[in-house]
Design a protein around this ligand. Structure first.
Ligand code: PLP
Length: 402
């Protein structure tokens, strides 16, 4: 019989920073018959989803659920609140911030970038200084990524809110929380965010194809005056229909079932435990990387991301070739490289339905690939990660007894 080399045994290590592995429980929840999206059973499901998602954004205001990926929810946030020619202040944290800016330009807005070297998050002081200069209040929105997925730099959203207030500026505050929501602490209401943009395929552990806008009263008021064209993404139709448990067009019924399951799972674990788990796994990854003697792209620990770590390749070693070698030999996918770091990095995602064992396995694969690829490094990064994880879980019984 001919040898079949097309099968790869075991689970794939999906270590990209989203889409993340979908847990079996959510797969089962998705695997249900399609129901009438204008019927009473659907109204119950929609209510659970629309109420449940508010607990994840930590808001009592409406959250809109779109059948679109995060890019659609970006567009909705801009087109529902702003008008042609409006100035918006954005921070160039990396590739995704750059894409959101490009979208703003295409939509007829005038985005202005606070530039960075893609190795830090958004600095509240720089935002405050720029807003103070804007005497005529021409800037209509400040747009920031809570977690820049392309570099692994997170931004302090509560401090940015304070900076906007300290400048006495009325701009709306729009935050992309796509790769942080349901993985790290996020508080839409308490942090005074006007539109929070979320996606389903990361911390919420769903397949791609669903995204969110959490709103504030100020954002809803702005939507009445905004003149950018919108139709599919218009909030007003959604808000009206959601009130009675329905959608203005055919919703992704099965995904809503999956969403409700994912929200239940997050609450069963406890949101604070979910955040602590992500912090712990991120620290384990950083300990390994530092032990290997490699550089983390995020250069200031205060901006470290708890969901993704981007690693700079040493001179003469290509990040994409490294990723290909790891995939071919060890059945792992890392995040790709972008923009300024194209070919110069690889990214390890450590978010969603993941645990210590998976991360230690992923780090072991990484250490093996470093050796295979001839990348200079100090052996023992996995041990450093394990040592940290052991202490993070409390002292082991035997050591405690000694
Ligand atoms: N914003 C961030 C922070 C992201 O990580 C992504 C995708 O990974 C996007 C926006 C774009 O979302 P999508 O690819 O779901 O359209």
């Amino acid at each position: 019989m001919a040898q079949n080399s097309s099968r790869v045994a075991g689970r794939h290590f999906l270590q990209i920073p989203g889409p993340t592995p979908v847990p079996d429980r959510i797969l089962r929840a998705l695997d249900t018959p399609v129901i009438d999206h204008r019927g009473p059973e659907f109204a119950k499901l929609a209510k659970r989803a629309l109420e449940g998602i508010k607990t994840i954004f930590k808001t009592t205001n409406p959250v809109i659920i779109f059948t679109a990926t995060g890019t659609g929810a970006w567009e909705a946030a801009l087109t529902n609140t702003l008008s042609a020619g409006d100035k918006v202040l954005m921070v160039e944290t990396g590739q995704f911030a750059t894409l959101w800016k490009k979208m703003a330009e295409r939509l007829g807005l005038k985005p202005e970038f606070i530039e960075t070297d893609w190795r830090i998050g958004a600095d509240p002081a720089l935002i405050e200084a720029r807003l103070r200069e804007d005497k005529n209040k021409e800037i209509k929105a400040v747009c920031v990524l809570h977690n820049e997925t392309s570099t692994g730099c997170a931004s302090p959203i509560a401090a940015i809110r304070k900076a906007i207030d300290a400048a006495g500026h009325p701009a709306l505050f729009l935050v992309d929380t796509i790769s942080s929501l349901a993985s790290t602490d996020y508080r839409h209401d308490e942090w005074g965010v006007d539109v929070s943009v979320g996606g389903a395929q990361k911390g919420l552990m769903l397949p791609p194809g669903m995204s969110f806008n959490a709103l504030s009263d100020k954002a809803i008021a702005a939507s009445k005056a905004s003149n950018l064209p919108k139709s599919f993404f218009a909030w007003d139709d959604m808000l009206a229909m959601n009130k009675v448990g329905f959608f203005p067009y055919t919703p992704a019924t099965l995904m809503l079932g999956g969403l409700v399951e994912g929200i239940d799972m997050l609450h069963e674990e406890g949101l604070d435990n979910v955040f602590a788990r992500h912090d712990r796994l991120a620290e384990a990854v950083r300990r390994a990387v530092k032990h290997w003697g490699l550089e983390i792209i995020c250069k200031d620990p205060k901006y470290y991301s708890s969901t993704i770590t981007a690693i700079l390749m040493p001179e003469g070693h290509d990040g994409d070739a490294f990723r290909a070698q790891a995939l071919e030999n060890f059945n792992i996918s890392y995040g790709a490289s972008f923009g300024r770091f194209a070919g110069k990095m690889f990214r390890i995602g450590h978010l969603g339905d993941t645990n210590d064992g998976t991360i230690v396995g992923a780090l072991a694969i990484t250490e093996m690939t470093l050796a295979l690829a001839g990348v200079p490094h100090k052996k023992g990064g996995v041990q450093a990660a394990m040592d940290y994880l052991i202490t993070a879980h409390g002292k082991p019984a035997r050591v405690a007894a000694e």
